[in-house]
Design a protein around this ligand. Structure first.
Ligand code: NAD
Length: 478
């Protein structure tokens, strides 16, 4: 397999191309560097029917057999890590460090999820009756993946789906289909035909999947807006859905922090993956006693240390915006800040003549609470800093959003940060750290940031239905 070219879809164990193709851009150069198949409805039907066929036998394999297959798959991804990382950088834009985190994280996730076992509950065991509740695989899963972490977020669906005994069809984002097609191609060495497939195409393909009568569950990561469409379409066939959606994560900084010491941590909290990350800090609430110091320390840290550039260059810290649609969206937030006269502590001017979709790291100095940059999810490297003085007030402001994905609190008074953290409406609350994930830790959104969760035994159980079996041991039937 040449990892750089020949991008094809895995359908029923075969690598398939199409006459019509879709271009894939390198965001650091704005140029097309690959083409991928554009799946037809008929190909979706074929893939679903192969996945249904494969489900009959895959669902009957033992958990130990599935664990062995997932571990073999992890080994194959690890052996191909170098090629996958360079492909990921070219199509997604992220520098080497981010690509390493994503690819080796995926390997670690596969191995960890493979160790999980679904519980079986013995509700009653008497001389008269036995009642058991167990979890049976839900069937054929459609995985719809975004463009910010294409490999990792596909694996977060593939690993539990296969471990639960489901078969799965991955639909990558049209902006980043290459690495997902490759990881599914690699999987064909391990899994029987039809167990793990991939189809590339546009947003339409996602829609077709959500209404397909023979897909039993949609595992979706993407924006809240698309999540609403997915939930609506899935309702016709009462599909199970797991929705991992947008966020507008607050971080609350206490008055007792050392501004210089905390600046690098707050920087990465907000700008990891060039802020194209559901869980980056999108609103930074700094206590008024240290506001000026923290703002200046952050601006100094950025000016002295952070290079935005092509992810293939060794000294790049942050890459480009991943695609032109998102670039235009982010430009809109800059324009809105300028139009309203908000001050920038650093950045603020986009050089549109740059070779790629590059945006400078920018801090907006205390804009109004109801500004677009505070209330919306920019999904790009522009962060509003906001002042607070009263604890109850900052908690209310942090919670005043339709989102509830993550939140963080930073300070030396451990009682205070725990007290505040416990009142935040978010699926994950980090205290004095951020972006700590684990395959054993439930991850999901409150409010309009999602439905259900990924990772942990709870995430695995989302790929199952409950089945209760009762046995009457005493009645004489025959
Ligand atoms: P998006 O919603 O535009 O697209 C996500 C996927 O949905 C793509 O594969 C797309 O082709 C597909 N799609 C589009 N329209 C569809 C439809 N009508 N039916 C079915 N599928 C459809 O999201 P994006 O721009 O790729 O990703 C960025 C968003 O994802 C941000 O809002 C971010 O916060 C969110 N996100 C959330 C998490 C999380 O775990 N909560 C993680 C990463 C990203």
């Amino acid at each position: 397999m040449n990892i750089d070219t020949d991008f094809a879809m895995a359908i029923n164990g075969q690598m398939v191309t199409t006459e019509n193709t879709l271009p894939v851009y390198n965001p650091a150069t704005r140029s097309v560097f690959a083409q991928v198949p554009d799946a037809s409805k008929a190909q979706l039907d074929e893939t679903v029917s192969a996945a249904r066929q494969a489900f009959n036998s895959w669902s009957k394999t033992s958990a130990d057999e599935r664990q062995a297959a997932l571990e073999a798959y992890a080994d194959i991804i690890e052996a191909n890590a170098e090629g996958l990382m360079s492909l990921l950088t070219r199509e997604q834009g992220k520098p080497r460090a981010g690509a390493e985190w994503e690819v080796f994280g995926s390997v670690a996730w596969l191995r960890a999820i493979a160790t999980q076992r679904l519980p079986e509950e013995k509700v009653e065991e008497t001389d008269e009756r036995r009642v058991i509740t167990r979890m049976t695989p839900v069937g054929v899963v459609g995985a719809i993946v975004p463009w910010n972490f294409p490999i990792l977020l596909a694996i977060w669906k593939i690993a539990p789906a296969l471990m639960a005994g489901c078969t799965i069809i991955v639909k990558p984002s049209p902006y980043t289909p290459l690495s997902d097609l490759k990881i599914v191609e690699l999987a064909q060495q391990v899994f029987p035909a039809g167990v793990l497939s991939a189809l590339s195409g546009g947003d339409e393909l996602g829609k077709w999947m959500t209404v397909h009568p023979d897909i039993n569950k949609i595992a979706f990561t993407g924006s809240t807006e698309t999540g609403r469409h997915v939930m609506r379409s899935a309702s016709d066939t009462i599909k199970r859905v797991t929705l991992e959606l947008g966020g507008n994560d607050p971080a609350i900084v206490m008055p007792d922090v050392d501004a210089k010491a905390i600046a690098p941590q707050l920087f990465w909290a907000a700008f990891q993956n060039n802020a194209q990350f559901c869980n980056v800090t999108k609103r930074l609430y700094v206590h008024e006693d240290v506001y000026d110091e923290v703002r200046d320390a952050l601006a100094d840290f950025i000016a002295a240390n952070i290079k935005v550039g092509d992810g293939t260059e060794a000294d790049t810290d942050l890459g480009p915006i991943q695609n032109s649609m998102q670039y235009e969206k982010v430009k809109g937030y800059f324009a809105d800040c300028h139009d309203n006269g908000y001050k920038f502590a650093i950045g603020g001017e986009i050089d549109e003549s740059a070779p790629g979709w590059f945006v400078p790291v920018s801090l907006v100095d205390n804009p109004p609470e109801d500004s677009r940059i505070v209330t919306e999810e920019p999904f790009g490297p522009i962060l509003p800093l906001l002042k607070w003085s009263d604890e109850a007030d900052v908690i209310a402001r942090a919670n005043d959003t339709i989102y509830g994905l993550g939140a963080s609190v930073w300070g030396n008074d451990i009682d205070a940060i725990q007290r505040i953290g416990s009142q935040l409406e978010a699926g994950t609350v980090w205290l004095n750290e951020i972006h700590q994930y684990s395959p054993f830790q439930a991850f999901g959104g409150h409010k309009q940031s999602g439905l259900g969760c990924e990772n942990s035994l709870h995430g695995l159980m989302e790929y199952t239905n409950w089945q209760t079996t009762t046995l009457n041991k005493v009645s004489e039937i025959a």
